[in-house]
Write a new protein. Structure first.
Length: 401
């Protein structure tokens, strides 16, 4: 019956993480998977999350299924955080939001919805992008193309080429964009570039799909949502996927949401109904526990402030680690490669290392990066940054010789 089924090659990031777990070297360093670790190399339990969870556990109650759209208080809190309390679209009821299984679940529900109602559209992603973007949309039946984004020679953004490509796309094409802290490159658009890009998207009649997995890890909670709020300002219909895996350190709870900016409250009601249909066809109902933690934190002033303060300190620690590895690599890394450690932002940096160099880094030194050269800066700490920097320097020096 199943002899014709080929073997699944595995996810390159998750498979690499499994290889790291099997590595017996004591001095190994995992800079591959996109998880924030504290300075002790641990996944933190945020203080506000711990307190909110303790409150919930002290209030024992039945655990019925949530509605297909999710926990109402959570969905409202998502809209407030993502779009802002002063959002005109929110006040007018033009945003349809459903709770999802993390950011990936939001992408999947959105992909299924779009395939049903825009079946002839193609999806366009940045070159490069997170591998799962292509995988999710291709599995939903889309042809996926790329638009120019990353400049390998400078470690920056090819904005003019990107803008030109977007202006040439067929109407109703779906354009997937990273709101902030671009994965895998760490290269973001500035506000002025976002304004120009959204103007082009509006003029061309395209459908933007914004993925915001790292709100608060870039320039701040509000600044990181600039693109989304600019879409509202320019009255552009759009899809927005967001996740609380990173900024709440709730990876395994799978807390995410999908929001759709609509032209009217009436269309938002219809979109919401069909989004719940897509949820029903996938997993029927979202989970309760993580959503209640997030809602409790975001709607309790003292917990909200504690969360924002700790998130800001996490962001500050990432920036400090960027400075630390930059300082240790100086003199061993060409200037063009060195600057990106400070200029790129968020959890990731595209180091400029080749796949062969990444392989040697792993095999000789036990330092694990994605073969694209992506480094998770958030996994650096005071104990491993020197080893990581010296290993990279040695690999580069060997390559030069």
């Amino acid at each position: 019956m199943f002899e014709h089924i080929d073997a699944y090659p595995g996810d390159p990031i998750l498979s690499l993480n499994e290889d790291f777990a099997k590595d017996s070297r004591d001095d190994k360093v995992n800079l591959s998977i996109g998880i924030y670790y504290d300075n002790e190399g641990r996944i933190p339990v945020m203080r506000a999350v711990r307190e909110a969870e303790a409150q919930l556990l002290a209030e024992p109650a039945a655990k019925p299924y949530l509605p297909m759209a999710g926990f109402a208080q959570y969905r409202d809190a998502v809209q407030s955080l993502v779009f802002g309390d002063d959002s005109t679209a929110r006040a007018e009821g033009r945003i349809a939001t459903v709770q999802t299984l993390g950011g990936s679940g939001a992408l999947k529900v959105g992909a299924d919805f779009i395939k049903r109602y825009f079946p002839d559209s193609q999806v366009w992603v940045s070159d490069p992008t997170w591998d799962n973007h292509r995988f999710i949309f291709e599995r939903a039946g889309f042809t996926v193309g790329t638009y120019p984004y990353y400049d390998e020679s400078t470690g920056g953004l090819r904005f003019d080429a990107m803008l030109s490509a977007i202006r040439d796309l067929p109407a109703r094409s779906v354009v997937l964009l990273h709101a902030c802290c671009h994965n895998p490159t760490g290269v973001d658009l500035n506000d002025a570039q976002w304004v120009r890009l959204i103007e082009a998207i509006k003029a061309r009649g395209l459908l933007p799909f914004i993925d915001m997995a790292y709100q608060g890890f870039g320039a701040g909670l509000n600044a990181d949502a600039f693109a989304i709020r600019e879409l509202v300002r320019q009255n552009v219909p759009a899809f927005v996927a967001n996740s609380f895996s990173k900024n709440f350190s709730l990876y395994g709870e799978r807390c995410g949401a999908l929001s759709v900016i609509c032209e009217s409250a009436d269309s938002a009601a219809r979109v919401l109904g069909q989004l719940t249909g897509a949820v029903r066809a996938n997993y029927s109902n979202p989970p309760t526990h993580g959503a209640k933690i997030v809602a409790r934190v975001l709607t309790t002033p003292a917990l909200r402030q504690a969360w924002e303060d700790e998130l800001a300190s996490m962001c500050t620690r990432i920036a400090r680690m960027r400075g630390e590895i930059h300082a240790r690599l100086r003199g061993n890394v060409p200037d063009a490669m060195l600057a990106r450690y400070l200029e790129q932002r968020g959890m990731f940096t595209y180091t400029g290392l080749s796949a062969a160099q990444v392989d040697r880094l792993r095999e000789r030194h036990g330092v694990y990066l994605i073969r694209s050269g992506r480094m998770c800066v958030a996994a650096l700490n005071d104990r491993n940054v020197e080893a990581a920097a010296s290993s990279i320097g040695e690999v580069l020096a060997t390559e030069i010789v």
